[in-house]
Design a protein around this ligand. Structure first.
Ligand code: 6J7
Length: 570
């Protein structure tokens, strides 16, 4: 605001007034949600305004620019010259930048250490206690591009020298223990570094290790928030379905005409259109037909998402992902002929049972891990994990459905579209920092929590409250006793605020999740080969039985024709 006076109110209660120089309106833009308060001019006022798209572009560009600069700088450091660009990107993503004024101790000898530093600008002086002297003796000075702080992380745990900011202060890139171990710990130069401490007679002070205080966690209220809607999505509640047979080759379906399909029942519906169970009149096989209203797609500008959904699903061949066999179109709809999964939504089963036991949760999580392993291996992120998007097939295996938010981003790249379902959205998506497959690992942590308890860990009465709770972090969440210690550890490792620290996103990839203690003894091979007996076997009476789905009324609404031609290649 430039000139004038503004009044801020909520539900007719005046919260305060603002004058020149104040900034407002950022919350709804940051969090992609409705305005949280009313702002009214109480005098003539002049204001500068930025709309959401410009704000997001600025956020995206500054984020990309910062990352580019960090990568460029990291590339110029001889120590890191052999690091792959994937590692450099992860490093650039995980580091913090800190400034230390002149004479400040960055590191104090004898204290516990958990961070590694690279000097990005300025100088430091390094000193050490040496036998025969009462004061620490200066041993060297370091400048831009030099690093320090590795010894406590490699073996000692305790700092072996003092590092003090020199004249003019010093700016450092700060890397924590976990990222250091993951990305830098194996570098030979670091492993073999010998500072000549022994020859010098260094006598490291053995200060008492500081006790790490226990963090007091405020229990977060966790209301049951079902009926969760995704953000910026063509379909609010798209579900697919199944056939009685295991259908493998999509070319087999090329000959199926729309006129061969007879409607049996509705499996799901929303603003986007509906999903119908249909039967081929010739061979009696059943499918899910997802019918998307073209006018709705155009109104919500989801054309690219719909194409992406088609292309990704068509390219996927995994038993843990529902198959897309064929697409059709007419003047009002585009259609996707999808494998039916008549066991119903995992969400419905979870709702009916309140929560799952450890093995049941492991089994469904395992199916998702296999689906993610397949998608991520192809450079595809899914971005909408939740029990509503997991359907059970006739045998009780679950499959990922609804690829409206999936995107092929390749490797070492990020994307910026704000999407997902509030309770499952990762902090970097909320903060518009750019995200990649690591956002799927975050959502996997949320899923495990929800399967084990029946409710998600972060949940508010509206999306913005949910986002605010998410940004407080997983350590603020109460873990009920039904979440075992090892399950809790895995959830916390998946829901790290820093995407690079999430399990699944490190050098061994998703295998780290498969090998996690919570999965000890789990038959991954059996799951992959679908030999494991599923924990819940759906009751089904033939391939037209829709009793595992809610009932929906007949669709009387005929959408308007949409003839712009955007779907020419659909
Ligand atoms: Br730089 C530097 N020079 C020395 C040295 O001569 N002896 C020791 N022990 N450490 C030196 N350092 C760095 C090294 O990276 O200072 C850091 C203090 O914390 C040390 O790692 P640290 O022991 O974690």
């Amino acid at each position: 605001m430039i000139v004038g006076e503004l009044e801020v109110s909520q539900n007719d209660d005046v919260l305060g007034t603002m004058g020149a120089g104040k900034v407002f309106g950022e919350l709804a833009i940051l969090y992609n949600c409705k305005r949280t308060a009313t702002v009214k001019a109480v005098s003539d006022a002049e204001i500068w305004a930025i709309d959401r798209s410009v704000f997001q572009v600025i956020m995206m560009k500054t984020g990309m620019q910062r990352q580019k600069e960090h990568i460029q700088f990291l590339k110029s450091i001889p120590l890191l010259k052999n690091l792959s660009s994937e590692y450099l990107m992860k490093l650039a993503d995980s580091l913090d930048v800190d400034f230390f004024p002149e004479k400040e101790y960055i590191i104090r000898e004898g204290t516990k250490g958990d961070t590694f530093y690279i000097i990005s600008n300025g100088k430091v002086r390094v000193s050490q206690f040496v036998s025969g002297f009462t004061e620490p003796q200066e041993v060297r000075s370091l400048t831009t591009g030099d690093y320090f702080g590795e010894k406590a992380l490699l073996s000692e745990d305790v700092r072996t020298a003092n590092v003090i900011a020199d004249v003019g202060g010093c700016e450092c890139l700060v890397i924590d223990r976990m990222v250091f171990n993951e990305l830098l710990g194996q570098i030979q130069e670091i492993q073999n570094k010998d500072y000549g401490d022994e020859e010098r007679g260094a006598s490291r002070l053995s200060l008492e290790k500081k006790q790490i205080g226990t963090v007091q966690v405020d229990p977060v209220p966790t209301p049951s928030t079902f009926n969760r809607l995704p953000i910026m999505k063509p379909a609010d509640h798209a579900s697919a379905a199944s056939s009685c047979e295991s259908l493998q080759d999509k070319n087999e379906y090329a000959h199926i005409l729309m006129s061969d399909l007879e409607g049996i029942a509705t499996l799901g519906m929303g603003g986007f259109g509906r999903v119908e169970l249909v039967q081929n009149i010739n061979d009696k096989k059943t499918y899910a037909l997802k019918c998307l209203k073209k006018s709705h797609i155009v109104e919500t500008r989801q054309q690219d998402h719909v194409y992406s959904e088609k292309n990704i699903m068509m390219a996927c061949k995994s038993p843990f992902i529902s198959k897309l066999y064929k697409t059709y179109k007419d003047n009002r709809y585009v259609y996707m002929l999808i494998e039916a999964c008549l066991g119903g939504e995992l969400w419905t089963i979870l709702r009916d049972r309140s929560s799952f036991d450890d093995f049941t949760s492991k089994f469904y999580t395992g199916c998702v891990v296999e689906a993610f392993s397949y998608l991520h291996g192809k450079g595809i992120i899914y971005r909408d994990l939740k029990p509503e998007n997991l359907l059970l097939d006739t045998r009780g295996y679950c499959k990922l459905v609804d690829f409206g938010f999936a995107k092929k981003i390749g490797f070492g790249r990020k994307t910026w579209t704000f999407c997902g379902t509030p309770e499952y959205v990762a902090p970097e998506i909320i903060l518009n920092k750019g995200h990649d497959v690591s956002a799927d690992y975050w959502s996997l942590g949320i899923l495990i929590y929800e399967l084990l308890t029946g409710y998600p860990p972060f949940s508010g009465s509206d999306p913005m409250k949910t986002y605010t709770i998410i940004l407080k972090g997983i350590d603020m969440v109460e873990f009920p006793r039904r979440i075992t210690k090892t399950a809790g550890i895995l959830i916390k490792r998946l829901c790290r605020d820093n995407p690079s620290e999430r399990i699944g996103y490190q050098k061994n990839g998703i295998d780290d999740i498969r090998k996690h203690k919570w999965f000890q003894g789990f038959d991954w091979e059996g799951l992959k080969m679908q030999r494991v007996v599923p924990p819940i076997i759906p009751k089904l009476n033939g391939c037209t039985d829709t009793s595992n789905f809610d009932q929906f009324p007949k669709d009387r609404d005929i959408p308007s024709e949409e003839l712009s031609g955007w779907d020419a290649d659909f």
